[in-house]
Write a protein that binds this ligand. Structure first.
Ligand SMILES: Cc1ncc(COP(=O)(O)O)c(C=O)c1O
Length: 412
């Protein structure tokens, strides 16, 4: 492929042909996709793996005594091992397939019910996605536990000083975000977890935005639970992961009960099976798991250190270009940020900016980003969010900046 010699993003450019959606045009205007934090585009290998499952292996897993089902089951379990390897889990039983990150967090929040009592403190980081707030609130409503948000610094970064003093109340649980979806801020999760553990807390890290950009090592982070979705890591929708340390997972009350998760059932009582089946009631998202397996292969091959470095360079380039424009406020700027740049145009509504950009083929996200408490802290109703992925190029950023300039001229 012919690439401009001075481009900042040669690796991304070489991957683009693998993503069919990136070729979409609207009335001759090519799509400029800068909304990967909402969902990533899928490489042909992922789409092909789903197709291939339906065409050559379609059967239920774990259930039948026939060859087709054995074939599907072996491959399904092989994907579990691939995920375990990707995040350096101790064993594949520590990887639970769910329908997405939201369900994964809900499974922990519901499953912890018997371990939480009235007055227990749950700490949540203030930049969390609603998926990492509402399930804990529901848990608190059921048990009488108390939610305390961990404050942010003036630049909307995790406030360690405030966190240390909150830990003095010996929280039962600390739920944090690895990379925040609204701002792209990177939380030093190993340090946060270490302090939480020293205070005796159970820890959950929401990795929905981290998994597609960083190497994740759950041993190093040492959290009890780590959650993410397939669709944000170049895999399909409808599948997610709940990683947990074996004993922490085993202590969860299953959120869903029914087939597959049992050892024995009578009308008098049921005994549950072992992990991972115990937490995977019913027919799992089999085709999606196959697609996820292909996404893991893709990430392992392409999300190299060199590529991660290139993404950082691109994000800094984007931040710099945006900051050069007048009347733009870029939030939570830091060289550590991952995947996302959040901004507003002074005096303009974020939705208007999104609409004017959309008319030029630019796909970004505008709104509260499922982080209303954070928007309140920032004293804004919402903002524009530009997010990049493994296929995002310098040309994408240049196209976006040109389009934004045109929008600003229109509004002038
Ligand atoms: C940080 C974060 N956590 C959780 C979620 C929820 O993920 P899903 O909607 O795939 O369940 C998202 C989705 O945007 C997210 O960005």
């Amino acid at each position: 492929m012919n690439m401009p010699s001075q481009t900042l993003t040669p690796l991304a450019e070489s991957l683009r042909p693998q993503f069919p959606t990136l070729k979409v045009e609207f009335d001759g205007t090519p799509l400029c996709y800068l909304d990967t934090a909402a969902t990533s585009q899928k490489p042909a290998s992922v789409i092909g793996a789903i197709n291939n499952y339906y065409q050559t292996k379609n059967s239920n897993v774990h259930r039948a005594a026939h060859q087709l089902s054995s074939l599907a089951t072996i491959e399904y379990e092989a994907v579990r091992q691939k995920i375990a390897d990707l995040i350096s889990a101790n064993k594949s039983e520590e990887v639970i397939f769910t329908h997405g990150c939201t369900e994964s967090i809900n499974m922990v929040a519901a499953g912890l019910d018997p371990q939480i009592k009235e007055g227990d403190v749950i700490l949540i980081d203030s930049a969390a996605h609603h998926a990492n707030i509402v399930p804990w609130q529901q848990l608190a409503n059921r048990t009488g536990a108390v939610i305390k948000p961990i404050p942010l610094t003036d630049n909307f970064q995790f406030d360690f000083k405030a966190y240390r003093s909150l830990l003095e109340c010996e929280p039962k649980l600390v739920a944090i975000t690895h990379v925040t979806n609204a701002l792209g801020t990177l939380n030093p999760v190993s340090e946060i977890v270490k302090l939480a553990k020293a205070a005796g807390a159970i820890t959950l890290v929401d990795g929905a935005q981290a998994i597609a950009h960083l190497d994740i090592n759950v041993q190093e982070i040492d959290c009890d639970f780590y959650t993410f979705s397939g669709h944000k890591m170049y895999g399909p929708t409808g599948v997610g992961i709940l990683y947990g340390k074996y004993d922490a997972l085993d202590a969860l009350l299953p959120l869903l009960t029914g087939g597959e998760m049992i050892k024995t059932v009578s009308f008098e009582e049921t005994t549950f099976g072992k992990l991972p089946n115990k937490l995977e009631a019913g027919t799992p998202p089999i085709a999606e798991v196959f697609g996820l397996g292909a996404a893991v292969d893709f990430i392992k091959l392409h999300l190299t250190q060199a590529h991660q470095q290139q993404e950082r360079v691109l994000l800094n380039y984007l931040t710099d270009k945006l900051s050069e424009l007048t009347d733009i406020e870029v939030y939570a700027q830091s060289e550590q940020n991952v995947g996302v740049v959040a901004f507003n145009v002074k005096g303009e509504h974020h939705q208007d900016i999104g609409m004017l950009l959309d008319q030029q083929g630019i796909a970004i996200r505008c709104g509260h980003h499922c982080a209303m408490p954070l928007m309140d802290l920032m004293h804004i109703k919402g903002c524009c969010r530009v997010s990049v992925g493994i296929y995002s190029t310098q040309a994408d950023v240049d196209t976006f900046i040109d389009a934004l300039q045109q929008a600003l001229e229109l509004l002038d």
